[in-house]
Design a protein around this ligand. Structure first.
Ligand SMILES: [Zn+2]
Length: 484
């Protein structure tokens, strides 16, 4: 429609739990996930009258590491403020956060842009705040009869990282999040596998229209899905000549849609004022003392130089700290021989198999994986059998069954490669030729697809254990009287 842009503008506000041992203002343990509700609480994080917050120095150190890695400027003086609102997840009826004097401002994160190449997403600010408690709605939020509240999460240190509206698609937003996650994990301040450790508010608009905020998205994939839904919804409104309202929406993860929040929820007056129980922070001088570890971009470059990884493999392998460490452990016994096959098997096969099972890489024994790569590389099994062995290994771990070594699985399932010498395979070739006269005729007349079909039949007869290249050569010789 005339006068309506199609350019999408996305900005993100990302809340990440800092992986400290104790909470932001008290000594309660942050390791609450497997414990009963309201067992990691004290007068401070329950907000009892007279209880005084004491700042956890480690959480500020962690936040400063992030600020330095993301090229932000740490303010000479920053300050905590009270954000006042009434909601049952907030026991004090205010949240201690940072408002007009955040810890750090500016900075940027480099991501791979949709057009290829690197692109800088500018950051507005990073501030530190406490996590509220967690509400569990019995039934659903609209019609449930009651909700339960758990204050174990209340007071967990969070950083909020606010980006400028520099992303141009849902995909770029996902890339930004992935890169941010990797950076925080490399810094040792964040664990992405802890449930609820990341929450995102996403702002999205189409140039020339109002901005919509989608609140409280709790998964990495959810951000891309919510934004993709919003792009379609907003474009459809504009196409019909309607306008996009400026509003806050919630993402309903299970249904993959966003829904308007009741308008009252959007009228906020938080009455911020400086937190009287905490002194301002003067921590700018700490910056020089922070030594950053190797970050994802540097590790990616190193993987390409040291292991000869392709740029795509290097990107995938270094895109998560666990994967990068796993790769280096797998190839350590023989970097020269294992670097290339291990990169291919981890990036192209293992990660997909893990995602399919919703498994963590932590479940995979790196010695076993090295052994598997060696067996494939040495030609003991075919690539196809390699996938089968890997699946058995993962399923055994997933189902808490006794775990066999790759060699034991190969023996038990009789997956060892059929000898590739021609003599051993010729009977199979003859059998397939005898049983498929039509395909043989077509192949003789130059239909290559029929050749693939014949190879497939022979693979079936040898239960995937023979080398397709050898079979192909033998068929070529037998049917077309040619040496390949
Ligand atoms: Zn506490």
């Amino acid at each position: 429609m005339a006068g309506t842009g199609t350019q999408i503008i996305v900005g993100l506000e990302v809340h990440c739990q800092l992986d400290t041992k104790s909470k932001l203002f008290c000594g309660c343990s942050t390791d609450y996930r497997s414990d009963a509700p309201n067992t990691h609480v004290c007068p401070v994080c329950l907000g009892l009258p007279g209880a005084m917050p004491v700042l956890n120095k480690r959480s500020i150190e962690y936040a400063m590491r992030v600020a330095k890695a993301l090229n932000c400027s740490v303010l000479q003086k920053s300050e905590f403020s009270r954000k006042n609102y009434f909601y049952p997840d907030l026991d004090k009826a205010y949240q201690i956060t940072q408002y007009d004097k955040p810890l750090a401002e500016g900075g940027y994160l480099e991501i791979e842009s949709d057009e290829g190449g690197e692109k800088r997403v500018r950051l507005t600010r990073i501030h530190v705040e406490e996590d509220p408690g967690r509400l569990v709605h019995m039934g659903n939020a609209e019609r449930g009869r009651y909700s339960l509240v758990d204050y174990n999460r209340a007071g967990i240190p969070l950083i909020e990282i606010v980006s400028e509206p520099d992303m141009r698609s849902p995909r770029e937003a996902r890339k930004f999040l992935n890169k941010l996650r990797a950076t925080l994990e490399y810094l040792g301040v964040f664990d992405s596998e802890k449930e609820g450790s990341l929450r995102v508010d996403a702002n999205i608009s189409i140039v020339g229209s109002e901005r919509v905020e989608v609140k409280n998205i709790t998964s990495y994939k959810g951000v891309e899905k919510a934004l993709t839904f919003e792009v379609t919804r907003q474009k459809n409104l504009l196409r019909r000549g309607q306008k996009v309202d400026r509003e806050t929406r919630h993402f309903l993860e299970a249904r993959g849609i966003t829904q308007s929040a009741r308008s009252k929820e959007q009228e906020h007056d938080y009455r911020y004022f400086p937190e009287p129980d905490l002194r301002p922070l003067h921590v700018q001088s700490w910056v020089d003392g922070i030594t950053l570890p190797e970050l994802p971009d540097a590790r990616r470059e190193r993987f390409m130089v040291q292991y000869g990884c392709s740029v795509n493999h290097a990107r995938t392998l270094t895109g998560e700290l666990r994967i990068a460490n796993f790769y280096e452990n797998v190839v350590a016994p023989d970097p020269k021989g294992l670097a290339t096959p291990a990169a291919t098997w981890i990036a192209d096969t293992l990660i997909g198999e893990l995602n399919y099972r919703s498994m963590s890489l932590d479940a995979v024994e790196c010695g076993d994986f090295t052994a598997l790569i060696r067996l494939i590389k040495e030609g003991t099994i075919t690539d196809k059998s390699g996938v089968e062995v890997l699946r058995v290994m993962l399923d055994q771990r997933l189902n808490n069954q006794p775990c066999e070594t790759p060699a034991a699985i190969i023996q038990r399932l009789d997956l060892g490669k059929t000898p590739s010498d021609d003599a051993a395979l010729l009977p199979v070739i003859s059998e397939v030729i005898a049983q498929n006269p039509k395909a043989v005729e077509d192949y003789r007349n130059g239909v290559d697809a029929s050749g693939n079909f014949l190879v497939g039949q022979a693979m079936k007869k040898t239960r995937g254990k023979s080398d397709p290249r050898v079979l192909n050569r033998l068929f070529l010789k037998a049917v077309r009287n040619k040496e390949a």
